[in-house]
Design a protein. Sequence first.
Length: 60
Amino acid sequence: MLLSMFVKGNFPNVTKVVLAVNKKNQAAYQLYKKAGFKDEGKTKMGKIGEQHILELPIKS
């Protein structure tokens, strides 16, 4: 909620926040999901392993 408010107030043209979290880091993955980030099933190979790509929609 606070992140969405910050983004709307400072970057009005942004429609989503995207981040990557290592698949092995389940604690961070669960925290981001609890914070509202969505996992659409996208992944990417990072320097230290496969990454979940998570997105947080920013509503106007």
